[in-house]
Design a protein around this ligand. Structure first.
Ligand code: F6R
Ligand code: MG
Ligand code: MG
Length: 370
């Protein structure tokens, strides 16, 4: 491949390897453990650059390299890093140490082993602004609404009607998590069909988005569902999403704009409640009220020759104060429902939680209704 066509891969891989205190936050020294590992890998040329962040109790590895998506080497590095952090977390008796690492030995691809993965390979543009979104106390479908707004809603993204490069719109790759099938839908012409699917956030999850004009990859999201992998509730997915911005793609401000509405997502306490997704600066990503409300942080980067300049804390802006206040108002309103739906999730969504063990106790007491 000629040099100017050299591709770069951005891999964001995350896991909950232990909480501090409870599930609310992350023990700061463990970030150094992860950094040491990745620094070693950078020196040895396995990865080109990296940043380590945390959102709530989740450790986020943001890495660049030239090994493409699904690189066994990069996935193994992430797995070993999580594993090493888990060992320290166990020594310190941090809460739920290693909860997302399902299994002991790495088996070639980290997908399906617990951690969440969002990766994209692309040719770095003249200037490459990127935003990495990271959420805690919520599930993979939480990105459906904002990703729709960013790439298909002209009331959110002015560029869809003002920038000729975006006029044709974007193509959405949607995963049916129940059937293990995927479908692509093009917007604006298939907007209604897309919404018919992705409004059902527990089943249809937007996995990636491409610009229709030239098939340029513009966004990827982690779609791993912990409960489906583990067969029981071990924690929420706490997904990540990567979005490339500007120059014929939605602008940084258009990409952030949907988060001014703290939409309701599944997760929160015991992964069993609906609550508002609150956009916060890094230092406020410590969900403690009723183990929430769910949080999202946004790390901005300028990529240069495969290196990542950043992170810039994108929600550290008074422009999002109103969203945070609204999230608190909505959180209070939802909480007043206590154990009642729609604050509590419907039964099908509670299938993997400990509620089934509770209901089991009543099974033999049911009599045929007269
Ligand atoms: C949500 C979450 C927490 C826990 C809750 C109970 O994703 O992780 O809300 O579900 O704190 O945790 P355990 O059962 O470990 O006491
Ligand atoms: Mg946890
Ligand atoms: Mg978490």
């Amino acid at each position: 491949m000629p040099n100017e066509e050299k591709m770069v891969t951005l891999s964001v891989i995350k896991a909950d390897i232990g909480g501090f205190v409870g599930h609310s936050s992350f023990y700061p020294e463990l970030l150094d453990t992860a950094k040491e590992r990745l620094n070693h890998a950078k020196e040895n040329g396995v990865i080109k650059d990296f940043h380590v962040l945390r959102c709530g109790d989740d450790l986020e590895l943001i890495m660049t390299h030239e090994k493409g998506c699904d690189s066994g080497e990069v996935h193994e590095l992430a797995w070993n890093t999580f594993y090493r952090c888990t060992e320290v977390a166990r020594e310190l008796k941090l809460y739920g140490a290693g909860q997302d690492l399902l299994g002991d030995a790495f088996s070639g691809n980290i997908k399906g082993m617990g951690p969440g993965v969002a990766e994209m390979e692309f040719k770095e543009r003249k200037s490459e602004p990127i935003i990495v979104f990271m959420a805690d106390k919520t599930s993979a479908g939480a990105w459906n609404l904002p990703i729709y707004r960013i790439f298909a809603d002209p009331f959110n993204t002015a560029g869809l009607i003002i920038d000729p490069t975006m006029l044709e719109g974007f193509v959405f790759d949607v995963l049916d998590v129940k059937e293990g099938k995927s479908i692509t839908l093009a917007c604006p012409e298939e907007t209604h069909l897309l919404l018919a699917l992705i409004g059902a956030v527990e089943r249809y999850i937007v996995r990636s988005v491409y610009r229709k004009k030239d098939n340029e990859i513009t966004a990827v999201a982690s779609v791993q569902q912990l409960s489906l992998i583990a067969g029981k509730y071990v924690g929420k997915d706490d997904p990540v999403m990567v979005v490339r911005c500007q120059s014929g793609l939605p602008a940084v401000g258009e990409v952030l704009e949907p988060f001014t509405m703290p939409h309701l997502v599944m997760g929160w306490m015991r992964g069993s409640h609906h609550g508002p997704l609150m956009p916060v600066p890094f230092y406020e990503a410590n969900p403690s009220r009723f183990d929430g409300p769910p949080r999202v942080i946004a790390a901005g980067f300028q990529m240069y020759n495969g290196y990542l300049l950043g992170p810039h804390d994108m929600f550290d802006d008074p422009g999002f104060d109103e969203a945070r206040q609204e999230a608190n108002r909505v959180a209070g309103y939802m909480r007043r429902h206590g154990p009642f739906q729609p604050h509590r999730l419907p039964l099908e969504e509670m299938e993997y939680t400990t509620l089934s063990g509770v209901l089991e106790r009543l099974r033999d007491r049911f009599k045929a209704a007269q």
